[in-house]
Design a protein around this ligand. Structure first.
Ligand code: Z57
Length: 832
């Protein structure tokens, strides 16, 4: 018996768990064993992938003791857990994070070197699990990292998509999607448990029957079913000794389904059945911030939620657990509306399967759920037609109707003379088709509803869910998003991390408010010099990556102006593009001297949903403008566009630390929070941004003098829209804007073809839903201020340092503390 992680383990308390020796020799032994016996290859013949897989498995051994003791301790203590229900977990590469958690980087580097292997080469072999679209999925990944680090019990529940977010390529500047076959070369981080598969039912009908006491009840008679196979992933905390679990579900055909048809001799039909079942977890829907009302998507949602509830009730809870105490053991956090079908599912389990009476079940259910809303766009609120829901989940539809009936009854009592209000608040919409409003269902069912930044939560209360906020003011709260400082500062920016640690010690990694200690150093010239040196080194690093990855050449001596996020009209990539085109137009017509232009690298990274035609045209336009500028030698390389394809977590980790300027230019009132904005701030970029989402809080913290604010605020936007917005008026009155738009229309970026980008320009001129033209001049003026500020490198660096020093609030550890205090009430559990 040896010392287990974080405390004395004795034979009396628990049987032994294997412990790995934390030495170079032990690592090398383990690695070779994995390579020879696991991979079945000799070192001299091993491919990079062989070595990567062997190393990944070796590294995860080092976390195993902690994982097993975490699980053991949890079954002893039965502490309250968070079940984070999310259709997306955008994890990013696992290796570095695991090395950090296991404190193995030095040992592995040395051990591999002794075998003639470079760690960095193996790092590059990892294909990131892209099981999410953007902000929402990445947020889930940051949250589970923080909870493990803070010693809070959590299970992440989601879907093990066989294909994650598509791989983006550019063909003649246009986005072409390739399937993301991320499992192709093996998946060393997951633990499949086919023996623990659960059955999930669909379809069929509802029947009436009499129970043993002669009471008439209703129950679901399903039409078909699939199996959910759990795949477990370790979620190691940093220096906490805890390893939580992420459990992702994969769909398989049931044996009955299979065998019955197979035995009948219809092999083709049997294979079809299997394909049908496995389609459920086949691919991530590539929509971001807008729902995709497809039947398969509803199947995915119900699939993972039903698996998760069953898993928690039957597997995680001890046998014979009294479910009336469920709220003491679990809180299901609903990450947007995607998992909201869990609400009627828990009701169905309690009422139909456990035989509870309705009121009892509803009281318990309400205590078990909380809902996070991530949007303000009305078109992004999920709505399921009852025709579809009733066909796929007939009993759930009945349950939703009953929840709604009782809710409307409560409303009629509260507002006897306001039937209009009652109808407005109904969970069931009547137009254009009868449909279930999932956000309303979540709001009615949840104990709490939160937005993701202060402004967003305010607008939820005042606009999107105003009736509900008036009815239940205490239900609404805010939790501003955050990002994990482990991945997005310590790992991604080793230069800056080292400098920070040298200055204030290493406590910041788990207590990011300590960055405040850097404030005085903003006035220290030597510190600023080193800070600049690190930024420059980060630019060299990304320049190298872009050249090798994409064949893109950038100049590390320029201002790096970066806009990376999903392509969406509300985020206004076109606004940034109009600024670039305007500069170019002024230079080529001689109204702007090249010598007066601050040399800039404009970096874009953005995927468009495959069906979002306008977004794809904007991508083509950015590439077209990029090509023209980059090939125009008269610019002498002073303005270049770098638009690497397939922006993902891995690229973010090298691009963000190199940025000088962070573009956060959504129309005020549209971006719920943003989290990229926080990553840039923590890596010492200054923000040019609107008064939107978490930008509001960033500016408050860093101070106006260290932030380039521009544009309309939300009340002004509302007023302009109310009065009737006329984008063409800006075209008529603003000469620079007109020239920029005319230049695009002239075909200057499309080989003289005037039609190619006509739809993009026409949309801006005649519709411009997101008021890009209205904010154009303010944006250009703010960019001029950026140029002036950047010219004074000492002052700029001072601001950059202050951005880092004042960014501690945006740690996802702080977000988790807020969720725990205001919503979950799940205290940390010591690991021993
Ligand atoms: C998504 O990534 C977000 C909202 C959604 O409704 C969907 Br669907 C996907 C994003 C918001 O757009 C960001 O503003 C926010 O920072 C992020 O979710 C995390 O809250």
């Amino acid at each position: 018996i040896r010392r287990g992680y974080g405390g004395r383990v004795t034979a009396e308390t628990i049987p032994p768990i294997a412990v790995r020796e934390h030495t170079v020799d032990a690592f090398v032994r383990e690695f070779l064993r994995e390579l020879n016996f696991g991979q079945g290859v000799d070192l001299t013949r091993a491919s990079v992938n062989d070595k990567y897989l062997a190393m990944a498995r070796t590294v995860r051994h080092y976390l195993m003791t902690r994982w097993l003791s975490t699980l053991r301790r949890q079954s002893e203590l039965q502490a309250k857990s968070v079940a984070y229900l999310s259709a997306e977990f955008l994890l990013g590469r696992q290796l570095d994070n695991a090395l950090l958690a296991a404190d193995l980087e030095d040992i592995v580097t040395e051990g591999l070197a002794s075998l003639g292997i470079e760690l960095d080469e193996l790092r590059q072999a990892e294909v990131e699990p892209g099981l999410g679209n953007g902000g929402l999925g990445r947020l889930a990944a940051c949250f589970i990292d923080s909870l493990a680090t803070m010693n809070v019990p959590c299970i992440g529940y989601g879907i093990r998509y066989e294909y994650g977010i598509f791989q983006q390529t550019f063909v003649d500047g246009e986005q072409v999607e390739k399937p993301d076959d991320w499992l192709r070369l093996g998946s060393p981080w997951e633990f499949p448990h086919p023996e623990s598969a659960v059955t999930v039912d669909f379809g069929g009908s509802v029947e009436q029957y009499q129970d043993d006491d002669g009471v008439v009840k209703r129950r679901w008679v399903p039409g078909w079913s699939v199996l959910g196979v759990p795949y477990n992933y370790m979620v190691p905390g940093y220096e906490s000794g805890r390893v939580n679990t992420l459990r992702l579900w994969s769909a398989r055909a049931t044996r009955a389904f299979d065998l019955e048809i197979f035995n009948s001799g219809d092999y083709a039909e049997a294979v079809r059945a299997q394909t049908f079942a496995e389609n459920i977890s086949k691919v991530l829907y590539p929509e971001d911030s807008t729902p995709q009302g497809k039947e398969l998507r509803l199947q995915q949602q119900y699939f993972f939620v039903a698996c998760s509830i069953k898993d928690f009730v039957d597997q995680v809870l001890p046998q014979g657990f009294d479910l009336h105490k469920l709220p003491e053991r679990i809180v299901f956090q609903l990450n947007d509306t995607h998992p909201v079908i869990a609400v009627p599912e828990l009701m169905r389990v309690l009422v139909d399967e456990k035989g509870w009476d309705w009121d009892d079940a509803w009281a318990t259910t309400q205590q078990c759920f909380a809902y996070t809303c991530h949007t303000l766009l009305p078109e992004a609120l999920e709505v399921w037609p009852v025709e579809l829901l009733g066909r796929l989940l007939p009993r759930h539809l009945e349950i939703i109707y009953r929840i709604n009936e009782e809710f409307l009854e409560e409303l009629r009592e509260a507002y006897p003379d306001d039937e209009l209000r009652v109808r407005r608040m109904s969970i069931i919409a009547e137009y254009p088709v009868r449909a279930v409003r999932m956000a309303y269902l979540a709001t009615v069912a949840g104990s709490k509803v939160n937005g993701v930044a202060a402004l967003h939560s305010q607008l939820l209360r005042d606009k999107v869910l105003d009736d509900f906020a008036q009815h239940w003011p205490e239900k609404f709260t805010n939790v501003t998003n955050g990002v994990t400082p482990r991945r997005f500062l310590k790992l991604s920016n080793p230069g800056l991390s080292g400098l920070i640690t040298e200055a204030i010690g290493d406590g910041w990694v788990t207590d990011l408010d300590r960055l405040k200690g850097l404030e005085p150093l903003a006035d220290d010239a030597e510190f600023r010099r080193r800070f600049r040196e690190i930024k420059h080194a980060n630019k060299l690093r990304i320049a190298d990556v872009l050249e090798r990855r994409d064949g893109i050449v950038v100049d590390p001596e320029t201002l790096f102006d970066v806009m990376v996020k999903r392509l969406h009209e509300y985020k206004r990539q076109t606004l940034k593009l109009l600024h670039i085109v305007s500069l170019y137009e002024q230079i080529t017509t001689g109204r702007l001297a090249l010598a007066d232009v601050t040399p800039r690298t404009f970096a874009f990274g953005a995927k468009a949903a495959p069906g979002y035609v306008m977004a794809k045209q904007i991508i083509a336009l950015i590439n077209a403008v990029g090509r023209t500028l980059n090939e125009d030698t008269s610019l002498e390389g002073r303005l270049r566009i770098a638009f690497p394809a397939n922006y993902n977590v891995t690229l973010a980790e090298t691009l963000i630390p190199a940025a000088d300027l962070s573009e956060q230019i959504s129309l005020a009132g549209k971006e719920a929070s943003g989290t990229g904005n926080m990553k840039f701030m923590l890596n010492g970029a200054l923000t040019i941004g609107t008064d939107d989402g978490a930008n509001v809080e960033i500016r408050q913290l860093v101070g106006d003098e260290n932030f380039f604010l521009f544009g309309l605020d939300e009340p002004q936007v509302a007023e302009i829209v109310e009065r009737g917005y006329q984008p063409s008026a800006y075209y008529e009155t603003n000469a620079d804007l007109r020239r920029a738009l005319d230049l695009i229309l002239s075909g200057a970026f499309s080989g003289g073809d005037r039609h190619t980008f006509e739809p993009v320009v026409a949309n801006l001129l005649h519709e411009d839903r997101f008021l890009a033209l209205a904010d154009f001049q303010a944006y250009v003026d703010a960019q001029a201020k950026v140029d002036v500020a950047y010219a004074d490198q000492e002052a700029w660096t001072r601001s950059a340092v202050l951005n880092v020093a004042r960014g501690g609030f945006f740690s996802s550890d702080r977000s988790m503390r807020d969720y725990i205090d205001r919503i979950w009430h799940t205290p940390p559990v010591s690991p021993s």
